[in-house]
Design a protein around this ligand. Structure first.
Ligand code: ARG
Length: 651
């Protein structure tokens, strides 16, 4: 049951004769921000007032007159200019809790409106280091899959691995001419990553050398332009604007010159690198040629690709295993290779794509940049592959919804992709780019491993676990008699470390950038996985101490007594689980679920401070409180499990 929706449904019935489009009105019914306004507040009377030409209080009164809600709520109150405040009846809350006591799903029923959804997430690029951005996609995508499944949908998780991109040309070139055999034998994936980086650096360098004169010229021209303008400028608004715009362009041009010079000097200051560049002129083009050969079936390049791929995939799988994440499918870009020519011909046949300056493009209204599906040299693109993928998901997997959990910097790509797919005839499916922001370092720069000078992903997980181990050790050593063996401690540290990393990511609104901060991530108080995990273990401890069996607890008697505001608040929070799941799935924002967990954990901690379980005034009250404790533990376990986070009974 979704309590919020139940309340909204009652309003929908009450408003049926008053408004035609009830959905946006119902959105204005929300949990009350402040307990003194009750449990729910409806704020629609003010905005409706204009539409209906009546004073808001009158509208509120009409709605309340038609509202049949006395089985759930105390009589509604109209406050101020026309707010409707609702307070649930205590008996209703108590009765609902006793119905869901002992239920891991906390009374949430699977949906009847089942959808077939493909979730595309993680998508690392083989042989390039997997970076924290991919980790973010992995963690968010997995939480979305788990929550959708819990809600009853049919979900296929698909890892669209970048196993066919231009990096392979670089790697093949690097492997052929620059490899270190001993290093390759020792750690093939590491060596391939090194080669990728090396070829990338050399081609960046050579490109920079080639384009520097032009950039300098642009900057110089702007400078002259500015000088001329400044002399002749009047101080009218228009000239001021023009001057401002030139200033801006000049700043950007100067910045480009600076960056390019930096790239150049970083290679030239390294004798070996510089020499390598001289013996491999035109490396970018040579690497591109290798990619083209791979894509067009060259036997030797395909042999190398087949040689590299298994080790690369294994390295990725190690990370997934440590994260406890599985995919239903892992159809990488290469899977679609044979379908790409047909995609382009089909787009052409439907007059959606045309050749422009040698490249085959789809032009989407409102977008300046064309969506290129075949380049001048005949190569297909990331876009072509994504179109083939959509066709496969629609026709073979019968998906009616496709989610892409990908960095928000790709939003233009997805905008064009979805628009093209719709024009192409896939418009009976729903598409969403579930975008997310950048993980930042404490220095305010993106935290990434690609450049090689930041922590690699595996070492990141190692560090999380090492840090978690310290916390677990300290905690257990503080006990009169420690409860955990060394193996137990290692297992708990794994749960805390990995959970900490995941939660830190999920509890931010996914669109925002956030700062990666170990101390905040593993803090034992506040909005962290560690805090929730400790809360869970503490409840398990209560049951151990009181020697109460949680399994049979609610089976005989599940009468709930709400004798204090704290018990009531906790119970109500527990009843809001369904609303938080629906809220999370509405726009695929995991922080909706973490907020509910945190608020519920907070309600529990206040309840536990105020209400003694062991010394409750009566056995009935003790029993009722035990049921609340048990339900809280289930809430934590289930809620965290939807985020891919585990709990331990003893920590
Ligand atoms: N490999 C891509 C990247 O690293 C992400 C893939 C996302 N999925 C997709 N169907 N385009 O940027």
């Amino acid at each position: 049951m979704n309590l919020l929706n139940t309340v909204r449904d009652r309003f929908a019935a009450a408003l049926a004769g008053m408004v035609t489009d009830v959905a946006p009105v119902l959105e204005m019914i929300r949990p009350a921000q402040d307990a003194k306004f009750g449990d729910f507040q409806a704020n629609f009377a003010m905005p409706l007032s204009k539409q209906l030409g009546k004073p808001p209080r009158e509208i509120a009164q009409m709605a309340v007159d038609h509202l049949e809600i006395s089985d759930l709520c105390e009589p509604a109150e109209i406050a101020g200019p026309g707010f409707i405040n609702l307070r649930l009846r205590d008996e209703f809350i108590a009765q609902r809790i006793s119905v869901i006591a002992g239920d891991d799903r906390l009374g949430v029923q699977p949906t009847h409106a089942l959808r077939n959804i493909v979730v595309d997430f993680s998508g690392p690029n083989v042989a390039k280091p997997m970076h924290v951005g991919h980790l973010r996609s992995t963690v968010i995508g997995d939480a979305i899959c788990k929550t959708l499944r819990f809600a009853g949908h049919h979900v296929t998780s698909d890892n669209h691995i970048g196993d066919w991109g231009t990096q392979f040309g670089m790697i093949i070139y690097g492997y052929r001419y620059l490899r270190d055999d001993a290093a390759f034998a020792e750690n093939s994936v590491g060596e391939l990553a090194r080669l990728y980086k090396l070829v990338n650096t050399l081609s960046d360098y050579q490109n920079s050398v080639a384009k520097l004169p032009d950039l300098e010229q642009t900057a110089a021209t702007l400078k002259t332009q500015l000088a001329v303008q400044e002399v002749s400028a009047g101080d009218d608004e228009k000239t001021k604007k023009q001057l401002g715009s030139i200033h801006k362009q000049l700043a950007a041009a100067d910045e480009a010159v600076r960056n390019t010079r930096n790239t150049i000097s970083s290679v030239e200051s390294d004798l070996d690198l510089h020499r390598l560049s001289q013996s491999h002129p035109g490396i970018a083009r040579l690497a591109r040629d290798e990619t083209v050969k791979l894509h067009t079936g060259d036997a030797e390049n395909n042999r190398l690709w087949n040689k590299f791929l298994p080790d690369c995939l294994e390295a990725l799988n190690r990370i997934y295993q440590r994260l406890g994440i599985e995919f239903d499918l892992a159809l990488g870009e290469s899977y679609y290779n044979s379908m790409l020519p047909d995609v382009v011909s089909s787009l052409k046949a439907k007059n959606l794509a045309r050749v422009s300056e040698g490249a085959t493009c789809v032009f989407i209204e409102g977008n300046d940049a064309p969506f290129i599906v075949q380049k001048t040299d005949g190569a297909f693109t990331y876009a072509t592959t994504d179109l083939a993928t959509i066709q496969y998901r629609r026709e073979t997997l019968k998906a009616d919804e496709m989610l892409y959990v990908v960095d928000k910097r790709q939003s233009e790509h997805f905008h064009q992709l979805f628009a093209t797919a719709a024009l192409w005839g896939m418009n009976d499916a729903r598409f969403q780019h579930v975008s997310f922001g950048t993980v930042m370092g404490k220095d305010g720069k993106p935290y990434k491993t690609r450049s090689g000078d930041t922590v690699g992903l595996e070492s990141l997980l190692d560090e999380a676990i090492t840090r978690a181990r310290r916390i677990v050790d300290e905690n257990d050593d503080r006990r009169e008699t420690p409860m955990l063996s060394s193996d137990d401690r290692a297992a708990v540290a794994e749960i805390v470390g990995i959970g900490g990393i995941k939660y830190a990511d999920l509890h931010h609104n996914r669109d925002s950038d956030y700062i990666f901060d170990w101390d905040k991530m593993l803090a034992t108080t506040g909005d962290t996985a560690t805090y929730m995990q400790y809360a869970y273990a503490r409840i398990c401890g209560i049951f151990r101490k009181l020697e109460v069996d949680r399994i049979t607890l609610a089976s005989k008697n599940s009468t709930i007594l709400l004798t204090t505001p704290e018990e009531r608040r906790l119970a109500l929070q527990l009843l809001m689980f369904g609303a938080s799941i629906d809220g999370m799935l509405q726009d695929y924002r995991p922080h909706t679920l973490t907020s509910w967990l945190f608020e519920t954990a907070d309600a529990f901690s206040k309840f536990y401070d105020r209400c003694s379980v062991q010394d409750a005034e009566s056995t009935e009250l003790r029993h009722s409180r035990l049921i609340l404790c048990d339900l809280m533990a289930r809430a934590l376990r289930t809620g965290l499990s939807l985020l891919g986070i585990k709990v331990a009974d003893v920590m």
